[in-house]
Ligand binder design. Structure first.
Ligand SMILES: Cc1ncc(COP(=O)(O)O)c(C=O)c1O
Length: 495
């Protein structure tokens, strides 16, 4: 064989992204892990939120580097420019919107999943799928859903709502909707939910080709639940007008107030009317495991599809949601599509066998990460009894906060607490509603900018209220004492 010239030899040397110096990588890895454990241990000592200054925003401009940078320097850049400027949802006094708080075991699980570049949900005879199926079984059992139901883990409840409504649409269409499309519908489909249902329901309805006009929003009653007589009337009137009612969406825990629709009665209506019942239980579904509150979601187990998150009230790190579908065949029919390069089930051996359902047959994604691992490890670490106690603790904290507000002359509840969400506002004699709206928005912003706490604001019956959604395993009662004191203090300063 001919000797290669040196330059050509060099050119042929193969490259990799693995480190040149594994010991140096080990030192950095240990350091990062130590820093992050310290970070999580000391969350309470930091501000609930910090405004990212302009120089931080400016830092993230410019082209991708053409040459390598040192890993230690990149980590330092993260520590300086990224780490301090988080939303802050793992802080004990973060209660804005509805957000989860993460666990140390989730951090470990994410690292393990990344180390193996783990995939889950398709292919066969490997452990990740078994973990995912066990997590789904645990969810069904905790929420009282039938064990034979199918389901999948998702990136969150928006995705879960989309998948649930896609199965509902195809199952109820009465023709081969997958091949003919919505064009072929002989009548316009209609879907029902309350005015308080989450925007992801509307997005799903739009994405599925119903058009947002097909989503009939039913008024909420004084408890912010769907008004059931109004729902019955709407279905009747729509049928008379030649429309085709196919699905009603119940909410277990509305984003605004935590209200839970009367799910038992809703299930009865859907049964009478032949409608699919989809329940959006993004966070409220988990009341099912709280020892003194599970009655609040009675009827939820009758849903044809149930969407919920694990990154909110199960406190797992983002992202992880779930959807369960009562009829596994309807679920599979809505999504299964197998090109030759993904054919599976032709033998008992190899990655292309079928030992558990392939997720590519049950959802719109093909490649997925191993989100199940953080659920599996954290639920094992904590046990479901403790989870039940924590969810109950958050509900009890909501009532504790409501008691403090009731007792304060300058604070006013929007309505009685139904779950874990408290909506209230600062009031002062002589200030009109418009001024109070502006003042309460300013109070929200001041609480955030001073790093004291993170509530959000919502509009209820046309007025602005501070919104405290307690899906936080780090909150203590004293944190709510601080909140009430500071709202009153800041309200006084600003007014
Ligand atoms: C009731 C409800 N449904 C759906 C969603 C959407 O969930 P995700 O943000 O996980 O997509 C939310 C989010 O807060 C919610 O509160």
């Amino acid at each position: 064989m001919k000797e290669q010239p040196d330059a050509a030899k060099e050119e042929m040397e193969d490259e990799t992204l693995d480190p040149d110096d594994w010991e140096r990588t080990r030192v950095l890895g240990h350091r990062i892990l130590d820093d992050m454990i310290d970070y999580m241990k000391t969350l309470r000592d930091r501000p609930a939120w910090q405004h990212a200054p302009n120089d931080v925003k400016k830092h993230f401009t410019g082209a991708a580097p053409s040459a390598p940078q040192q890993p230690e320097a990149i980590y330092q850049e993260y520590v300086k420019y990224v780490l301090p400027y988080q939303i802050g949802n793992n802080h004990p006094r973060f209660w804005g919107w509805v957000a989860g708080t993460g666990t140390t075991m989730c951090m470990f699980a994410e690292m393990l999943a990344a180390a193996t570049d783990a995939v889950s949900g398709s292919f066969s005879y490997y452990s990740n799928n078994y973990v995912e199926m066990q997590v789904l079984d645990w969810c069904k059992s905790m929420l009282g859903y039938p064990p034979a139901a199918s389901g999948l883990l998702t990136s969150g409840c928006s995705a879960s709502n989309l998948i649930g409504l896609a199965v509902a649409r195809n199952a109820k269409a009465g023709f081969d909707l997958r091949s003919k499309g919505m064009w072929a519908a002989p009548r316009r489909f209609t879907v029902y939910c309350s005015e308080e249902a989450h925007s992801s329901i509307q997005k799903a309805v739009e994405l599925l080709g119903f058009g947002s006009e097909a989503l009939h929003r039913i008024p909420a009653n004084a408890s912010m639940q769907i008004d059931l007589p109004a729902l019955r009337e709407a279905i009747k009137a729509d049928r008379k007008d030649g429309l085709f009612p196919i699905c009603a969406v119940g909410v277990a825990g509305t984003t605004n107030t935590g209200a839970i629709d009367d799910l038992e009665a809703l299930a009865d209506i859907c049964e009478d009317e032949g409608l699919w019942l989809h329940v959006d239980g993004a966070f409220g579904a988990w009341a099912a495991i709280a020892p003194r509150s599970r009655h609040l979601v009675t009827g939820m187990q009758r849903a044809d599809s149930l969407a919920f998150d694990l990154h909110k009230w199960m406190y797992l790190s983002y992202p992880i949601g779930c959807v369960l579908i009562r009829d596994p065949e309807a679920h599979r029919r809505a999504f299964s599509l197998t090109p030759t390069y993904l054919s599976h089930g032709e033998g008992q051996r190899g990655l292309t066998g079928i030992d558990v359902p392939w997720i590519s047959d049950l959802g719109y994604e093909l490649s997925r990460g191993f989100q199940a691992l953080k659920a599996w490890m954290t639920i094992k670490e904590q046990g479901i009894e403790k989870y039940g106690r924590l969810i109950q603790q958050n509900i009890d904290q909501a009532h504790y906060l409501a008691g403090l507000i009731d007792a304060h002359p300058n604070l006013q509840l929007a309505l009685p607490v139904s779950l874990n969400v408290v909506c209230f506002r600062y009031i002062r004699p002589g200030l009109d509603d418009v001024t109070l709206d502006r003042l309460n928005k300013q109070i929200e912003v001041e609480l955030q900018e001073r790093g004291i706490a993170v509530p959000s604001t919502v509009s209820i019956n046309g007025r602005k209220y501070l919104h405290v959604a307690i899906t936080n395993h780090r909150s203590r009662r004293v944190d709510f004492d601080v909140l009430v004191h500071e709202v009153a203090q800041i309200g006084g300063e600003l007014a």
